[in-house]
Design a protein around this ligand. Structure first.
Ligand code: FAD
Length: 508
């Protein structure tokens, strides 16, 4: 009841935008804030949504639990499939592939990281790729999937997963939840806003119809334009284009041929890379490219020539500037989603950054006094998470040994942020990796990309040589067998979808 709210509590929240960010924020806030907080969401049918965010990473399952979303219900509604990681093709060099799996590689032994034992074994003999010691990667390679439950034992319990889904259907699904729980939706285009003369806070927005909607806290989920965070509050944008030079994308869905793979594929191209995201009813495809190195027509032609099935729409061009909003929270406006910044979709992190922003906002939720301490802490934490993800994405470009185009030579030769240079130096010497603070990507992710792209350290950690070599080799061989054995007993991804979601697929 609203009477229960403290006098300074925020009672009116306006969410500007009804894309993935807007509806994720509205559904989370209406679920988790005390009753009596009114939430209005404004979206414009004329402007529409970007609608291309289709691949996620495992923390999205925590978002679903937080909002009380049933996994099966959501997968049915959004034509979702399971994702065990990303297959990278032609990244390290042309003709080579590797897999960045969700979940760990192997198991640590006697306090030594698994990847160190692997590196030290690789000094003694030829080793298969490290991904053969990952439950998710081995299942993905066989096109299989099963959902581990709480009682699952090693190594099956190491299988970690996320989802692919249709972004438009996902936003619609979240809208259904949010509206049922009390969020009020207004359709219309915001043409201006009003600000308090003293504080500069946004006090209301006005729609083209002339209707004025007031609020105490505004969530700017308006996409790349950053309607309030930049338009009203001029929060500033820090560009990262010198490290992440791709600035365009062209996207097109195509027909699904056969069962959907349980993984995203990213194929490096002459001036960028191509994504392939299999859903239950179609495949999402696109090329992310640098407009300085490839024209829009070339990118569209390349995309259309490399589809698995018939194109289901005209190719759609998008442009963006990689970077982050300098202040994601300014005054009484918090930017979430594309309005807070954009790192290209190489590791499917944008939806996660929305989730992370919502969780941090809830943890630092303001009242009408807007204590700057909360805002500053939020901005600091968002900066950290954006920079961590940025470094991991830059790694893929920097660690490439391709030199068959200007684009790749520029990437290979570029100077990287100090934070990444420090990490690479530790790796290059003895394969050391440390997860700092709340870094999103852990050791397994870094190892997958570094070894996958052929960046091998000069030596391994000295303590990796302590356990007897015969014993290590034996245990590694046992582990290797057990991953293959467990994967072999899983249903195929198509069988799993058909059994659980009545999904379409070639085998039906
Ligand atoms: C090429 C590409 C590929 C991507 N792939 C992935 C991926 O695989 N995984 C992933 O996690 N993320 C991905 N993303 C990012 C993902 O698409 C976005 O993070 C996500 O869709 C959130 O977008 P949004 O809600 O911030 O913005 P949008 O979808 O653009 O929504 C903006 C909303 O604001 C409204 N709006 C704007 N201006 C006004 C106005 N004046 N008045 C009223 N309403 C207004 C619009 O109508 C719309 O409802 C990708 C992005 C791109 C560009």
């Amino acid at each position: 009841m609203s009477e229960a709210l403290p006098p300074d509590a925020i009672r009116e929240i306006v969410v500007v935008g009804g894309g993935t960010a807007g509806w994720m924020a509205a559904s989370a806030l209406v679920t988790l804030l005390p009753q009596g907080t009114r939430i209005t969401l404004i979206e414009s049918d004329e402007i529409g949504i970007v609608g291309v965010g289709e691949a996620t990473i495992p923390p999205i399952r925590a978002f679903n639990r937080m909002v009380g979303i049933g996994e099966d219900e959501f997968l049915r509604a959004a034509q979702g499939t399971f994702k065990l990681g990303i297959e990278f093709v032609d990244w390290g060099e042309k003709g080579r592939r590797y897999f960045h799996p969700f979940g760990p590689h192997g198991q640590d032994l006697r306090g030594v990281d698994f990847h160190q034992l692997y590196l030290s074994a690789a000094k003694r003999r030829e080793m298969p790729p490290i991904e053969q010691w990952s439950m998710s990667a081995v299942a993905a390679a066989q096109g299989r999937f099963a959902r581990p439950d709480a009682a699952a034992r090693l190594p099956f319990s190491q299988l970690d997963y996320a989802f692919h889904f249709d972004a438009g259907l996902y936003a619609r699904f979240l809208r259904g939840i949010a509206e049922k729980r009390g969020v009020v939706r207004r359709e219309g285009k915001i043409t201006r806003w009003e600000q308090d003369g003293e504080t500069g806070h946004v006090s209301s927005v006005t729609l083209a119809s002339g209707e004025q909607i007031g609020g105490e806290l505004f969530l700017d989920c308006s996409g790349f334009r950053g309607l309030l965070i930049e338009g009203a509050l001029e929060a500033g944008y820090e560009e990262w284009t010198h490290w992440l030079p791709c600035d365009r994308a062209v996207a097109v869905p195509c027909a699904l041929a056969g069962d959907p793979d349980p993984f995203t594929r990213s194929t490096a191209r002459a001036a960028g890379w191509q994504w392939r995201i299999p859903l239950q009813h179609r495949i999402g495809n696109g090329i992310v490219y640098s407009s300085a190195h490839m024209s829009a027509d070339e990118a569209a032609a390349l995309l259309l020539a490399s589809l698995d099935g018939e194109a289901l729409a005209e190719p759609r061009q998008l442009s963006f500037t990689t970077g982050r909003r300098k202040l994601a929270w300014s005054g009484n406006v918090v930017a979430l989603g594309l309005s807070s910044g954009f790192l290209e979709p190489l590791e499917s992190t944008s939806i996660h950054l929305i989730q992370s922003g919502i969780q941090k906002l809830l943890a630092l939720f303001p009242d009408r006094l807007f204590d700057p301490v909360e805002r500053d802490e939020y901005n600091r934490q968002m900066q950290d998470v954006f920079e961590d993800v940025r470094d991991f994405i830059i790694l893929h470009y920097k660690a490439s040994r391709r030199d068959d185009s200007d684009f790749w030579r520029t990437c290979r030769d570029m100077a990287v942020p100090d934070s990444l240079a420090g990490k690479l130096a530790l790796w290059d010497a003895k394969g050391r990796l440390f997860r700092e603070g709340r870094e999103l990507f852990g050791t397994a992710s870094w190892v997958a990309v570094l070894l996958g792209q052929g960046i091998t350290p000069a030596a391994s950690e000295p303590i990796a040589a302590a356990p007897p070599a015969d014993w290590v080799d034996d245990v590694l061989a046992q582990m290797h067998r057990s991953y293959a054995h467990f994967a072999g007993h899983m249903p195929t991804h198509g069988e799993f979808l058909r059994a659980n979601f009545d999904a379409r697929g070639s085998a039906q």
